[in-house]
Design a protein around this ligand. Structure first.
Ligand code: SF4
Ligand code: FES
Length: 385
C-alpha cells in the first residue's frame, strides 16, 4: 500500500485550493447490464481485472473521510454488479460519508438493499429511461427494465430511504416529460433530476439520435417550470440544461477541481469523469499517491483550477467565477482545445456553429443508436438483444 503524506502537508502545497471536495464520485466498475447510448463512461473502458480490490476501495473511503469529503456517490457502470458493494459501503459509513447509491436497479434485490440500509446507506438515486416500457427497453437495450425499476422504487420507500429519480432527457423521450414527472410523484421520489443529455463520450457518438429540437427543449423548460410551482413541497427538481440551446454555460463539475472528485474503477483520480480524453493531463491514481495529495497538488486538478489558465473572452468576463468557463471536455470536443471557452457560451466564437449543429441534426430522422458495449466500438439498434 502507498505511504501517504499527512493531510496538512498535502494541503500546504496547494495555493489554488485549500478546501476539501464536497462530493466524491466512486465509479466502482464500468460493468453494466444496460447499454445506454448516452453513457458517460469513456469509450475505452477499464478491464475488470484492473478494478480496485475491496481493500483498496475501503482505503479510498477512509482517505475520503480524512480528507473531509461529505457526500459519496457510489456509481458505475452499475455499482451493484460488485459483490463487495456492502463491504465498500461499510467502510464509507465508518468514514462518516453521506452515502448515495446511484443505480439502474436492474441487478438489485430487496434483500441486498435491506442489507445496505442496515449498514447505513443514506439515499438511493434510481435512473429511469422513460415511462413507456417499450421505449425504455429500446433506449437501454435491456428487457423488463421498467418493471424492475418500479419494484426497486417501491422497496426504497418501504425501507424508509429518500429517493431521487434521474432521467436523461433527449429527443426520444422528451415528449413524455410530463408523464415522467407524474411518475416520480407516484413512486414517492422527493427529488427528480431532469438531465438534458451532455454530448461527450457515448452521447457524442449518438448526438444525432438524441438531440431534441429547440422547440422541444423550450417546451420541456416550460413543463419543468410549471411542475416546480405545482409540486412545491412535494418534489424538488435538479435540472441540467441543454447546452446547444444555452446562452451561457453551466459551471461544469461545479468548477474544475473545486467541489467534486471522481475515482475510476482502476483508481484514477479525476477532476471530471470524462476528462481522460484531454491531452496533456497527468492522471494520478490512488495506487501511487494519496487522495489528498492528488486533490490538492495533482497536475490534472491544477490544470484548470481557478481562472489563471483562462483565455479570452473568459479571462476578463464578469462570470468567470460563476461558470468557470463552462465545460473543458466540450470545449475540446467542439473547438479542439480544452482551454477555449465552452461553445455553449454565446461569447465563444464557436457558439453559432455549435447551435447550428443542433438545429440541423434535430430536424433530420434519428439514426439507430450506437449502444455502449464493453470492449467494442458499440453495436447499433438494428442488432438489439
Ligand atoms: Fe462564462 Fe467564459 Fe462565457 Fe464569460 S465568456 S460567460 S466566463 S464561458
Ligand atoms: Fe468534463 Fe465538463 S464534462 S469538464
Amino acid at each position: 500500500m502507498t505511504e501517504r503524506r499527512p493531510l496538512e502537508t498535502a494541503e500546504a502545497q496547494s495555493p489554488e485550493c485549500t478546501r476539501a471536495p464536497i462530493g466524491m464520485l466512486a465509479e466502482l466498475t464500468y460493468r453494466c447490464p444496460l447499454q445506454c447510448p448516452y453513457c458517460s463512461n469513456p469509450l475505452e473502458m477499464d478491464r475488470v481485472n484492473t478494478e480496485l480490490s475491496t481493500t483498496e476501495w475501503q482505503d479510498v473511503m477512509r482517505q475520503a473521510g480524512e480528507l473531509g469529503v461529505l457526500q459519496l456517490h457510489l456509481s458505475g457502470g452499475e455499482p451493484t454488479v460488485r459483490h463487495d458493494l456492502e463491504e465498500i459501503l461499510e467502510a464509507a459509513v465508518k468514514a462518516d460519508l453521506y452515502t448515495n447509491l446511484i443505480t439502474s436497479g436492474v441487478t438489485l434485490t430487496r434483500e441486498r438493499l435491506e442489507r445496505m440500509v442496515k449498514i447505513g446507506l443514506d439515499h438511493v438515486q434510481l435512473s429511469i429511461h422513460d415511462v413507456d416500457p417499450a421505449n425504455a427497453e429500446h433506449i437501454s437495450a435491456y428487457k423488463g427494465g421498467a418493471e424492475k425499476k418500479h419494484a426497486v422504487a417501491g422497496w426504497v420507500k418501504e425501507l424508509g430511504l429518500p429517493l431521487t429519480i434521474n432521467v436523461v432527457v433527449h429527443r426520444q423521450n422528451i415528449e413524455n416529460l410530463d408523464a415522467i414527472i407524474a411518475y416520480a410523484v407516484e413512486v414517492g421520489a422527493g427529488r427528480l433530476e431532469v438531465a438534458h443529455t451532455q454530448y461527450y463520450a457515448w452521447a457524442l457518438k449518438n448526438r444525432a439520435a438524441l438531440i431534441p429540437t429547440r422547440e422541444q427543449f423550450y417546451r420541456s423548460v416550460e413543463i419543468t417550470n410549471a411542475a416546480k410551482e405545482r409540486l412545491k413541497g412535494i418534489l424538488v427538481f435538479d435540472v441540467v440544461a441543454h447546452d446547444h440551446y444555452a446562452v451561457r454555460p453551466k459551471p461544469c463539475m461545479r468548477g474544475w477541481g473545486r467541489s467534486l472528485v471522481d475515482v475510476t474503477p482502476s483508481g484514477k483520480v479525476l477532476p471530471c469523469h470524462a476528462c481522460e480524453m484531454i491531452p496533456g493531463l497527468e492522471i494520478d491514481t490512488v495506487r501511487e499517491k494519496s487522495l489528498a495529495d492528488i486533490w490538492f497538488n495533482g497536475q490534472a486538478f491544477q490544470k484548470f483550477r481557478g481562472t489563471e489558465w483562462m483565455k479570452e473572452p473568459c479571462r476578463s468576463c464578469e462570470r468567470r467565477e460563476i461558470d468557470w468557463g463552462g465545460c473543458r471536455c466540450q470545449a475540446l470536443a467542439v473547438t479542439g482545445d480544452a482551454m477555449n471557452t465552452d461553445p455553449a457560451c454565446a461569447l465563444s466564437p464557436w457558439h453559432k456553429e455549435f447551435a447550428a449543429i443542433a438545429e440541423k441534426e434535430s430536424r433530420e430522422p434519428p439514426p439507430p443508436y450506437i449502444y455502449r458495449r464493453m470492449g467494442s466500438g458499440g453495436g447499433t439498434s438494428d442488432r438489439r438483444e
